[in-house]
Ligand binder design. Sequence first.
Ligand code: AMP
Length: 483
Amino acid sequence: MSDFSSLGLSDWLIQQCKQMGINKPTPVQENCLPAILQGRDCMGCAKTGSGKTAAFVLPVLQKLSEDPYGIFCLVLTPTRELAYQIAEQFRVLGKPLALRDCIIVGGMDMVTQALELSKKPHIVVATPGRLADHIRSSNTFNMKQIRFLILDEADRLLEQGCTDFTKDLEVILSVVPAKRQTLLFSATLTDTLQELKSIAMNKPFFWESKSEVRTVEELDQRYILTPEKVKDAYLVHLIQKFQDEHEDWSIIIFTNTCKNCQILMMMLREFDFPAVSLHSMMKQKQRFANLAKFKSGVFKILIATDVAARGLDIPTVQVVINHNTPGLPKIYIHRVGRTARAGRHGVSLTLVTQYDIHLVQAIEGQIQAKLQEYSVEESEVLKILTQVNVTRRECEIKLESTDFDEKKEINKRKAMILEGKDPDLEQKRREELEKIRNKRKKFKQRIHESIQKKQDAIKRKPQKKKRLLQEEGSSHQSHETGE
Ligand code: AMP
């Protein structure tokens, strides 16, 4: 394995790495760093926790030190927490440069951000929505000179998932210069490869981790087969077990909805577990505060939706529990990547109901490894089943009384207004669409039924013919016999 200096990294950066405990390059760094230093565009596909961030932070800092100006580099990333994490790595590694960075994410004051942007920071780390808002509404800064454009978790930025970034990206790409170095990094690049290639146009250097298995070897991947109604009892049992055996372990529990996230947090607290939650319906300040409480170890359990699935680097997470089986293998990979980071060991446990078995098979196909069953004393789980389910129901009632659903609706409406849409009009449109869909469904059903009828008639025809022939035959016979 080569060392940082043979990759072309300057001594001052090597020293900074050493201070952080980074002594040898990881494979993604070893491969991508020289290409980036040579000025090439780069697409890096590497496992989570493999040192992707430093693979772009180090060469950017080196180039910045040779020609410092602002705004030198723009990093786009899908979540606010990731933006802070990336900015932190820039700050720590770039300390000798007196680096000025600026974080542009939603949920924070726009005026303060606009002021910071106007001061020409060296590095801007942003989520696409908020940066696009600034570009649309302000002329106090420009991105015409940027040397580096970096898309972290690039595939998520380009796919049209629950948050669609494509329009915001268009706005951003229209104000950055065509002559630039573009770096794209993600753990999973395949689905959006073509679109990515159109962003990194200068024959990008492409590097993909050789290992076929997309999750690290240090990760012990397990599953528990459970009926839906017993899931929560398993969860409480598992947490109790981990807390008894390893008091200092930190656990992340992933679940599918904000509401479930909040209910599980309340429920675990009822059982005296030190739990905090992280989901997109929380205020930004609360999100940071909760994450900080978890990172510092004050709270050992974090219950999160997939906002926390990507890239979050919390070194001491020993267990990831999937309260629901992720519908996409890619999401599974990101979730379990929160543990077993940078060579450490970790365990992932996925709660699987009988309806999720095909999802597990899809996951196994993608990671090219089999999940092993995790054995649990079922009798212990059954002992707490009623208590857990009653507690959950109580928490649900408590949450209902706090207008959680109403707040969700208000948040949705707010987001629409910010996007320039009229929420009432959108609602009408959705209803119209639903009507059209229903009509289409009925139409399809009718066609299906009539095809089915015709097919049945065709099937019946030979039988009818046979019967007629038989009848004809028998009447013929009776004629002959004179009956
Ligand atoms: P990332 O994949 O960028 O989220 O990085 C995961 C963790 O690995 C971070 O805590 C980094 O500080 C750490 N890290 C990055 N590069 C190295 C390296 N060469 N050796 C050891 N740890 C590293």
